[in-house]
Design a protein around this ligand. Sequence first.
Ligand SMILES: [Zn+2]
Length: 253
Amino acid sequence: MTRALQILTGRRFTVEEYVDEFGTKKDGNGNLRVRPTVVCVACRQPMHTVSENIPSTARTWGHNPDPNAWCPLKQSAGERYEILPPIDPNPEAGAAIRSSFFENWEHHWAHTAEIVPMVSIFLFINFIKEADRKKLWENRGMQEWFLPYIFLSMYEIEPPHSATGRKTRPHWVRCRFDARVRTFGDLWIRPQGDWGFIRSEYRVPPRGGVPGPTHLIDTDPVTPDPDFLARVRPYANSFERDKMKSNFPVEIA
Ligand SMILES: [Zn+2]
């Protein structure tokens, strides 16, 4: 990880910034220096500097070893969140959330763009069809405002294909919930939304494929906004509107 978080102050430090501010690991007498604790933005577990004294290497942060600590950022790219059909579905509530979602889809789309600009509308359509297949809407505890976060957490978000799109977002993005949400089941038991959201940017691997830890640029916390439906200005361009209408002709007039 590029920047670790000091919880008390909310400040985030690269290893270089941390050493500049709090000094090297050992003081002039060779004794370990007492420096403030910093944590991972996703799991809030303490971190330590890696290769702090080796200037030629990439200096970074590592999690302190703890086999019981789970962190979404330690998971490999393949382990994404998956929608499982509800065990105890609530079809009435589900139908209400689904129809409200279609009424507000441009609000959802506008909020998605605030978190990650230039996401493909085809990915969004794919998500809605998956939500239908797995009855995502019918989970007890499901909230409509969760939807952009659930959507973004499920996919590898490649940079746009067009040259102009790449100017807006040249990097690959991967979103995760923080460590409180290990599976979507953890969302349904937290309907008040006491969880965090994380957005990581990666350089596109020069030889193709999916970016790994060496391509990581930075990881930022995103503050979940339970009120975005009332706040954002609904937006979609005419191409996106056409694609949504042709895929959901019954729902979108
Ligand atoms: Zn972590």
